[in-house]
Structure formats: structure tokens, C-alpha cells
Design a protein around this ligand. Structure first.
Ligand code: ZN
Length: 341
């Protein structure tokens, strides 16, 4: 059987705008549901845990019993994920620094997104926040039976540029592998801000040194890029399916928050291929099943990026169909540590 590398990565986080939503609806319940499917087919997940959030949460749990319950529920879930062989790694969203906790709602307001990217902080603040967030992750994992090193990272909102800001932080915390590159993607805005046009949308893992955009054979760091598929979003079938799914509970998630507001500062380049779409469980609808399978036929590496808070029952059913099919056709490697670059 042909070997294929398929990675299932997740941003384990609340909503990052005016309303964070609840821990149960955005993290715990949807994560359990998706992990059930992964376990059923024997594939591993990589969970990038928003540890900027953990850092803020940690500070309020002694005064707020509901916040403490949330924290302990997350701790339990992460320990269980590790027991089951999944991976936990850090994910940092610096604008948590300015988040405001609402005691009554037991939710956060992250409307102030002025610190969305790490380069909005001074070098000292960057260092401090990275340290605090890493410490919060280590605190919550202190009782877990860790069977690996915390040596991988995903930047909040794919904002890993300029990498020269991250290199010293990576070195300090012994992080060697990045998962933040979305090959071919470009956005210049108030929150999301990245340019990965030098990397192919179907890139395989590679090494790099100073810039995630420049591959370097013997580079110091590893990059496991997120994959994209090319899909015509304007077909009638696509529009109809999305419209129907949006109207029924089967097609929607119960994630109950409001995301960060995104404003574009500049237009996308004229040669930009708008049919590119990230490979993701929350975007995986039945009309795309063929395209995903074809992608894997033509490529040996595929990385999903998903957000439990966005995944619907329909997405899970399509994921199961996909996993079932590819498991009979290929030998699937879902453990990134077994992938040689
Ligand atoms: Zn995130």
C-alpha cells in the first residue's frame, strides 16, 4: 500500500473577538466529538492550545469558581488527549493581554485587538508574554504523562512573520518546529497579516533558517506547512449545499462566540488564486470530498487545520467518510514525528 502523510492539526481556543463564547461549547464538547472520529480511525491529532488564554485564565480561577471549573475541565481534557497519544503544543494570541473578563457571563471580551500580532509588543514584552504563555501551558500539563518534548509551535492567526522576532523565542524554549505557514496565502490587515506566496499551496515539510518563506536544505528549523486545495467556491452545488447546511443544526456548530474583526489594509495581489482554500474539517462539506481525495492521490503530504469551535456534525460525517476511504487505500502516517524531512 502507498504511504501518505496526513496531519490533523487543531487550534484549541475560544472565539477571539467581542465575545469569547463558553469553554464547553467552543472547546470541550466539539473537541470530544472530533477526537472520537480520529480515535475510531486510529489517527493522531495535534492540538495547538491557546496558552495566552491559559495565562489569563490561571490568574482569575481563585476568585471565580466557574472559571476554575473551566480551567480544570480543560486540564482533564488535555491530559486525556495525551493519554490517547495525541499531541499538545503552544499557540499564542498576544491580544489576550488586553482581554476583559466578564464575571457574570463567565466569558471574555477580546475586542481590543491592537496587540493581535507579536510585533505590536516591545521586545521585552514579547519575551515576557511568550514566557508567561509557555509557563501557563507547562502548569496545566504538569500532571500529564508527557511522552514527548514541547518543541513545536503555531502562531496565532498565522502571524509568524517576521520570523527574526520568533527565532530567539524558539531557541530559548527549545522549539524547533513550526506549523504556522499556510502555503500560497497572503493577507495584509489589522489582525491577520502574512505573506506565504513563496511557498506552494501543496508544499511538503521543509527546513528553514531566517525566514519561513525561504527553504534551506540544512536549516535549523522545520516547517510543516498547512495544505490548501483548489476549489471553485462559486458553483451552484457549492452555494446550495452551504445555504442548506447553514440553516439546519446538522450543518452548524454550537460555538457561541464572536471572532476577531478583520479589516484589509491592501488588496490581494492581482495574480492571487482565489480558489485556494485551506484544508480544514470545518470547511469539509460533502461536495468537496472528491477534491480532498484527489488532492491526496496527487500529493503525499496533507495537513488539515481545524478549529473545534467551528466544526459541525456534517463536517464530522464527511471526515469519517474520508478517513474510511483513505484508510483502505493507503497506509496513513498521522504522526508528524515519524515524518522525515
Ligand atoms: Zn488561534
Amino acid at each position: 500500500m502507498k504511504k501518505k502523510q496526513v496531519l490533523f492539526t487543531f487550534d484549541y481556543e475560544l472565539f477571539l473577538g467581542a465575545k469569547s463564547g463558553s469553554v464547553n461549547n467552543c472547546m470541550i464538547v466539539p473537541t470530544n466529538k472530533v477526537v472520537e472520529r480520529l480515535n475510531q480511525y486510529g489517527v493522531k491529532g495535534l492540538f495547538f492550545v491557546d496558552c495566552s488564554y491559559l495565562y489569563r485564565q490561571e490568574a482569575i480561577i481563585e476568585q471565580n469558581s466557574k472559571a476554575k471549573t473551566d480551567y480544570l475541565t480543560i486540564k482533564n481534557q488535555l491530559e486525556k488527549l495525551i493519554e490517547e497519544g495525541h499531541y499538545i503544543y503552544p499557540h499564542i494570541h498576544p491580544h489576550w493581554i488586553d482581554a476583559i473578563y466578564n464575571v457574570k457571563l463567565n466569558e471574555w471580551n477580546l475586542e481590543n485587538s491592537s496587540k493581535y500580532r507579536i510585533n505590536s509588543l516591545t521586545i521585552d514584552e514579547q519575551n515576557q508574554h511568550f514566557d508567561n504563555a509557555m509557563k501557563a501551558l507547562n502548569n496545566i500539563l504538569k500532571d500529564a504523562n508527557l511522552h514527548y518534548q514541547i518543541d513545536a509551535y503555531r502562531a496565532g492567526g498565522w502571524c509568524i512573520q517576521p520570523f527574526e522576532l520568533f527565532a530567539p523565542l524558539f531557541d530559548k524554549h527549545k522549539i524547533t518546529t513550526d506549523f504556522s505557514v499556510l502555503g500560497g496565502a497572503y493577507k495584509k490587515g489589522n489582525t491577520l497579516n502574512y505573506d506565504f506566496q513563496n511557498i506552494e499551496f501543496n508544499a511538503s515539510p521543509y527546513r528553514f533558517d531566517e525566514s519561513v518563506n525561504i527553504k534551506s536544505k540544512n536549516g535549523k528549523y522545520n516547517e510543516f506547512p498547512i495544505s490548501s486545495i483548489l476549489i471553485n467556491k462559486n458553483t451552484l452545488a457549492n452555494k446550495v449545499i452551504n445555504k442548506i447546511l447553514w440553516k439546519i443544526p446538522y450543518g452548524r456548530n454550537k460555538g457561541n462566540g464572536i471572532g476577531a474583526v478583520f479589516k484589509n489594509f491592501s488588496n490581494t495581489p492581482s495574480n492571487y488564486d482565489l480558489s485556494k482554500e485551506m484544508v480544514s474539517i470545518e470547511l469539509f462539506t460533502i461536495n468537496k470530498l472528491k477534491t480532498y481525495r484527489k488532492y491526496l492521490e496527487q500529493n503525499n503530504y496533507m495537513q488539515f487545520i481545524s478549529h473545534p469551535k467551528m466544526i459541525s456534525k456534517h463536517n464530522l460525517d464527511v471526515l469519517s467518510l474520508f478517513l474510511k476511504k483513505i484508510n483502505t487505500k493507503y497506509e496513513i502516517e498521522s504522526d508528524w514525528r515519524k515524518i522525515k524531512i
